[in-house]
Design a protein. Structure first.
Length: 120
């Protein structure tokens, strides 16, 4: 396990269509909340909502970021998502290509760095 274990996370967000997927994905990357967002098409979600079983086509966003950015990422998604209750779940990355994990660090600034820059 690398010394970076847990410092990065993969977040998952389901969306109703391609337009929403691209809007949220682009916004996350432009706002430095994610290094990369994969848009995975053609999912079928089956779930219970308000007492009945629903079945809907969706897309999945697979988002790579710093673990410390998850709260800000979640806030951004909630503010830009059409669902009343949108899925935002994350899992820590325990191991991986160290070069890729370092790239995430380069693209997504640490929250401390952003606070320092905002204070100036």
């Amino acid at each position: 396990m690398s010394s970076l274990a847990g410092q990065h996370s993969v977040a998952y967000v389901t969306v109703p269509d391609d337009a929403v997927a691209k809007k949220i994905a682009r916004g996350l990357v432009e706002n430095k909340l994610a290094a990369c967002v994969n848009i995975i098409p053609q999912l079928t979600s089956i779930y219970e909502w308000k007492g009945s079983i629903q079945e809907d086509p969706e897309l999945l966003l697979m988002i790579k970021t710093r673990t410390e950015a998850i709260d800000a990422l979640t806030k951004y998604v909630k503010e830009n998502h059409p669902y009343t209750v949108c899925e935002v779940i994350s899992l820590p990355i325990q191991n991986g290509n160290i070069d890729y994990l370092n790239w995430i660090n380069e693209v997504v600034p640490s929250r401390d760095t952003q606070k320092d820059q905002n204070a100036k």
